[in-house]
Design a protein around this ligand. Structure first.
Ligand code: HEM
Length: 452
């Protein structure tokens, strides 16, 4: 267990990750950003400096430091430059905005995720999941890429929860354009030269085309809905009907567009990766699968769970929690200091970046005994209460905590339950399974499994 440090005790002077004389840590980060931060932590300590040209990054996996930045003194921190690239797709939505504007949007959007709406969305989810499982039946006896499959089902669920009345054709167009656009932005974030090469090789042009498709479908859906007198049980409806506290106004079309695209983007790849990594572990842990099946059988037999039954699937939930400990879909979050600050003697100057390393924190031996071992028993309700604050943060922390966390948890419980009720999975031998840390943590070459 972590030692109980008094937060005022000064930290020893920070060690510095040495890199290239000019490019500093960029070459090592571009090569493998996850290993870069993980290996340096083993050498330099839980909090260290990671200089890159023109920016001082302070990397940390210290729960107390992360709590300070994300929660206790959050007003002094904003989402910085790396989020500007995401704005190319997401616009000024909840993930990318800051300050008063963010606060206003968050207040407006929050009620859409209250329990009564979640129940409506869960029913939509159930039907989409069922259609997907029926489609998956046709692949029984073949080799599948489980990462791709999970991306497909979570995208379908997210789109249905956002725009329940849209055509299959429109939803496919959104899915494909979004996938391409996200790949473009990830490459842009990870490769400093990309902005030049993308202009020359036509990728920028393709990206603009993808954005135009996204805009067209989303803005058309909004226009159609504005004329419709019927009410739909989806996020678009809730966001359209919501009014700002101060003025009683509603969101305009552009703002709705940004929030809808933000929800889709933030909401499906994250869950897909959490599911893919968890299934990858489960394929080698028949003991855990047997226990899950026993619980599933007792709670809902061979039917998909109802909204009320989800809370009885406690072991399934523990498996998901433990999967996201080892493979947190959002592997780190960064904040930029607005004014000079100090944390336990560490000076944080205006514009310095504090990078909270969720992946590293989740694998610390002093926080999790046998940290590399998959053990859902760590997440029994009693043990969860004993965990140090902000030592487990798959959904982030503080006021910018993931707004869709309950949506994601119920979706993942639903999909895992449905899959285990119907199918067996076996990992294809001799494949290269590797982590790739883009915006989310995903399997670089997919995860191939035999489905029976
Ligand atoms: C396993 C699934 C998910 C994971 C691991 C996850 C993780 C996170 C994390 C770590 C943050 C905080 C980012 C930061 O502080 O910089 C976040 C924010 C956010 N997430 Fe999620 N998320 C998931 C699913 C979802 C879903 C399903 C939705 C929507 C339907 C969603 C919508 C959002 C939004 C809008 C924000 C920004 C909130 C704000 O800043 O006010 N997420 N998510």
């Amino acid at each position: 267990m972590i030692k109980n440090v008094t937060p005022s005790t000064p930290l020893p002077p920070l060690k510095v990750a040495k890199g290239h004389w000019l490019l500093k840590n960029i070459p090592s980060m571009s090569k493998n950003i996850l290993n870069h931060f993980y290996d340096n932590e083993q050498k330099l300590g839980k909090t260290y400096e990671n200089p890159v040209p023109f920016v001082r990054i302070i990397a940390t996996s210290e729960p107390d430091f992360m709590r300070y930045v994300l929660q206790q003194n959050h007003r002094n921190y904003k989402k910085g430059r790396s989020y500007d690239v995401l704005k190319l797709i997401l616009g000024n939505g909840l993930v990318t905005s800051n300050g008063k504007f963010w606060q206003k949007q968050r207040r407006l959007a929050q009620p859409a995720f209250h329990k009564k709406h979640l129940e409506d969305m869960f029913n939509v989810m159930g039907q989409t999941a069922l259609d997907y499982f029926n489609k998956l039946e046709t692949k029984r006896g073949t080799e599948i890429d489980i990462a791709r499959e999970m991306m497909e089902v979570t995208a379908k669920i997210a789109l249905k929860a956002l725009f329940s009345d849209n055509s299959e054709e429109d939803m496919n167009a959104v899915y494909e354009s979004m996938t391409d656009a996200q790949r473009y932005v990830s490459d842009l974030l990870n490769n400093p030269l990309a902005r030049f090469t993308f202009k020359l090789n036509g990728r920028k042009k393709r990206f603009k085309k993808d954005l135009a498709v996204l805009d067209e479908v989303v803005l058309n859906s909004i226009a159609k809905r504005r004329k419709d007198t019927q009410k739909y049980p989806d996020l678009l409806q809730m966001m359209m009907d919501a009014t700002y506290e101060d003025s009683n106004d509603q969101m305009n079309d552009q703002q709705l567009r940004d929030e809808m695209i933000t929800m889709f983007s933030a909401g499906h790849e994250t869950s897909a990766n959490a599911l893919a990594w968890t299934l990858h572990i489960l394929a080698e842990r028949p003991d855990v699968v047997a226990k899950m099946r026993e619980e599933i059988k007792a709670v809902c037999g061979d039917q998909l769970p109802t909204f009320q039954e989800l809370r009885q699937l406690t072991y399934v939930r523990q498996v998901i929690d433990e999967g996201m400990r080892l493979y947190p879909p959002v592997w780190g979050v960064s904040r930029t200091a607005i004014k000079d600050d100090e944390y336990r003697g560490v000076k944080i100057a205006k514009d310095d970046v504090v990078f909270c390393l969720i992946y590293n924190a989740h694998r610390r031996e002093d926080l999790y005994e046998n940290a590399e071992t998959f053990d859902p028993e760590r997440f029994t309700p009693e043990k969860v209460k004993e965990m140090p604050k902000m030592s487990y943060l798959p959904f982030g922390g503080g006021p910018r905590f993931c707004i869709g966390n309950m949506f994601a948890l119920m979706e993942m419980q639903l999909i895992l339950t449905g899959l285990l009720q119907r199918f067996d999975f076996e990992l294809v031998k001799d494949q290269n399974i590797d982590l790739e840390a883009l915006v989310t943590l995903r399997p670089r070459y997919g995860i191939k499994m035999n489905l029976t």
